[in-house]
Write a protein that binds this ligand. Structure first.
Ligand SMILES: [Zn+2]
Length: 199
């Protein structure tokens, strides 16, 4: 669980709201994945090219077990609509010590501990934007999040702007044009995000 321990007798420190950002300040950008057009949620996702390449093409993913990891980068509020979030994913890492199985992925306490060490080591002010995992696509139902996935997201990634990325490992299309979707919470459901890749 990613949750700060409350010290006895000390009020938790309120986090300042993420800074406002004009979308135009992000520079040129394009649709990140072909076919991805749905955007219902309150979070717009922008991925750097390295992240798009890793998840979409260059990383080899197992076709036997689901794999996963964590997303890092910056979070902003949209200057034009401050109730919306703009998250910029600059880095993705694979989880260590995750339990991988054909139909489930479980992050262990060691997964989170090594992820925190990574954050502390890089010290560039990046936030933990969320997580990704793979689905081994055998049918259309595998292209959406499962109940287990939703439970993991709601219990572990509690910030309103944290996202879940789903990488579809489909033998027919992998690794060229691998489909990747992002989801964010809206009320008590997870809905698709618009995703663009930054030049
Ligand atoms: Zn899943």
């Amino acid at each position: 669980m990613i949750r700060a321990k409350k010290a006895f007798g000390v009020s938790p420190i309120e986090e300042p709201p993420p800074p406002l950002l004009e979308k135009s300040a992000l520079g040129p950008r394009a649709r990140a994945w072909p076919g991805e057009a749905r955007a219902e949620g309150p979070v717009d996702v922008f991925v750097r090219k390295n992240v798009r390449e890793a998840l979409g093409v260059s990383w080899a993913f197992s076709r036997e077990v689901e794999e996963g990891g964590f997303l890092f980068g910056q979070v902003h509020r949209d200057a034009d609509q401050p109730s919306r979030w703009l998250v910029v994913v600059t880095e993705v890492i694979r989880a260590e010590h995750a339990e991988e199985a054909p139909d489930a992925l479980v992050f262990s306490p060691e997964s989170f501990a090594s992820m925190r060490r990574h954050v502390e080591a890089t010290r560039d002010g990046a936030s933990i934007l969320g997580w990704f995992h793979t689905h081994l696509v055998a049918g259309p139902e595998d292209r959406g999040l499962s109940v287990v996935d939703r439970d993991l997201h709601f219990s572990t990634f509690r910030r309103p702007w944290q996202v879940a990325a789903l990488v579809c490992v489909d033998p027919a299309r992998d690794p060229e044009g691998r489909e990747v979707s992002f989801f964010a919470r809206q009320g008590d459901v997870l809905v698709p995000c618009a995703v663009e890749v930054l030049a």
